[in-house]
Design a protein around this ligand. Structure first.
Ligand code: ATP
Ligand code: MG
Length: 348
């Protein structure tokens, strides 16, 4: 009798646990998908059916790769096997951004975190998926607003401030001439004032060009980076060579512009933070990728920079890189200084 009671109570408690787990699963805002050790879908919640556009029955019993685009779709079995063979966790417990594929074939950005649970019946993997479409759209919007705002400031500096400085420069030259003609001792100071106005105008012009939108033709990225290096040397009096051993022609103007903006921010950071006297920009083709490097011989990247910094530069650089399908890394170099690398695969 007491045994029966215990079994009854256990069954009851199991049922309560099951209901609680099902309640959590079904009310979760994020999509949750549980697969077995062979990648076969065992459980999905309501949010997952909404997100991917399949019914529960269409998903359960199918391979998880039905929710991924190629090349991941074809490679997923190999990923799993690799993990079993090596034990190296490339995504489990880490989480990362990926691409999801809906039933209608449309692709969308997701944040995916995967956990592993070892049960007596075998292992299972739990995936929690968050739709990043809206966040990406807002990020794009923010970037384009900041581009527009920069361009506006650039135009204002060029059309207004530079014109005023040019006019003041002309007046100053006339005064200088008069002072020189009348042998006034202040002529020397006027000469200095004229020189300062001319150089302020040149500085303002450089600034306005840096803020303007870049439109680059296929070879324009090389020329634009060479100009960035030259103007960095002129303005900031540091050494800034540009290396490009092999011609890099990019058909995609968006890619060229994003790489240029990344180089601009990396150089600006080196000037602002690194105390370097050498900043090198290099552009190369490597294994079907285009690779941009900006490295300096300064103090290096401080530890835990993402936790401490309120700056936007590193975030926007990495967003720009991801926006063109690439990766960005910002690291300290072993022998001092920092290196920013952006690598983007080129279309075949
Ligand atoms: N080349 C570098 N050398 C040393 N430290 C760097 C370098 N680049 C970046 N950092 C560090 O990384 C931090 C974050 O850079 P980030 O570009 O995000 O912000 P910021 O330059 O401070 O501000 P913002 O770019 O928004 O004007 C900097 O504050 C600096 O501490
Ligand atoms: Mg910065």
């Amino acid at each position: 009798m007491s045994d029966e009671l215990t079994i009854e109570r256990l069954t009851e408690e199991l049922e309560t646990c099951r209901k609680r787990a099902a309640g959590i699963l079904e009310t979760a805002v994020n999509a949750i998908i549980i697969i077995d050790g062979h990648g076969v879908i065992e459980t999905v919640n309501e949010a997952a059916t909404r997100l991917f556009g399949y019914t529960r029955d269409e998903m359960i019993g199918q391979k998880i790769n039905m929710l991924m685009p190629n090349p991941y779709r074809d490679q997923h079995d190999r990923y799993l096997q690799n993990y079993y063979d090596t034990g190296v966790k490339k995504i489990i417990g880490i989480g990362r951004e990926a691409i999801g594929r809906r039933k209608d074939g449309t692709l969308f950005p997701i944040d995916l975190s995967v956990g592993e649970v070892q049960l007596s019946t075998g292992r299972i993997f739990t995936g929690i998926i968050r739709d990043l479409t809206e966040r990406k759209r807002l990020e794009e919007k923010l970037l384009s607003i900041s581009e527009e705002e920069q361009a506006r400031i650039g135009r204002d500096i060029h059309d207004d401030l530079c014109q005023q400085l040019a006019a003041i420069g002309c007046l100053a030259r006339v005064v200088y001439q008069r002072l020189t003609n009348s042998n006034t001792p202040e002529a020397l100071q006027m000469a200095e004032i004229t020189r300062l106005i001319t150089s302020a105008n040149a500085r303002a012009r450089e600034m306005s060009r840096g803020l303007m939108p870049v439109t680059l033709d296929s070879q324009g990225l090389m020329a634009a980076l060479a100009e960035l290096a030259a103007s960095t040397e002129r303005i900031f009096r540091v050494s800034c060579p540009f290396h490009c051993e092999q011609e890099v022609n990019l058909a995609d103007n968006k890619l060229a512009v994003q790489l240029y903006r990344i180089a601009q921010e990396a150089v600006a950071n080196a000037i602002k933070h690194s105390k370097a006297d050498l900043i090198e920009i290099s552009l190369q083709l490597h294994n079907g990728h285009v690779r941009l490097n900006v490295c300096d011989n300064g103090v290096g990247i401080p530890d835990n920079v993402s936790g401490k910094s309120t700056g936007m530069g590193l975030l926007t650089m990495s967003h720009r890189a991801r926006g063109v399908g690439g990766m960005l890394s910002v690291e300290s170099r072993p022998h001092g200084g920092a290196i920013v690398t952006c690598e983007v695969p080129l279309p075949q």
